[in-house]
Design a protein around this ligand. Structure first.
Ligand SMILES: [Zn+2]
Length: 146
């Protein structure tokens, strides 16, 4: 989510003491990982994601709080790809995970662009169709012939 002031990030700090860079859900100040009322949910998500401290110690899997927000627009997909490339260069992420992530972002990006294109075409078609409907059915004019 981004507005005119850029993305609105979580109000918490990460375990390293840095500002959390996860975008919270609409209307919430904290991301799911830091939300006091969502601890159970965060635990379930960590388990489902297979995140363990062992993976963290290997330095290969990033803890959820260090991940970028989910990409919901083509621009955010591009940002996430940039973020992933940077994480590989800094050694925060291994190549295999990065490749999977980038493939995923590319697929999302393509699907989002396709959907945007489809929606734009639908709007064009609707505009054309409504213009045609007006032309084909002009307001009734009564002419009396003598
Ligand atoms: Zn957070």
């Amino acid at each position: 989510m981004s507005g005119p002031d850029g993305p609105r990030y979580c109000a918490s700090l990460t375990q390293k003491g840095e500002p959390c860079r996860v975008v919270p859900r609409a209307g919430e100040a904290h991301c799911v990982w830091h939300h006091p009322g969502r601890q159970g949910e965060a635990t379930r998500m960590r388990r489902r994601g297979g995140y363990t401290s062992k993976a963290r110690n290997r330095g290969k899997a990033l803890p959820p709080e260090d991940l970028p927000p989910d990409a919901t627009t083509p621009e955010e997909c591009e940002d996430s790809i940039r973020w992933t490339l940077r994480a590989v260069k800094t050694g925060d992420l291994d190549e295999r995970r990065a490749r999977v992530a980038i493939d995923g972002y590319k697929a999302l990006h393509a699907a989002m662009l396709k959907r945007e294109n489809y929606e734009a075409r639908m709007r064009d078609l609707e505009r054309i169709a409504s213009g045609r409907a007006k032309r084909e059915a002009p307001p009734l004019k009564v002419t009396v012939s003598k």
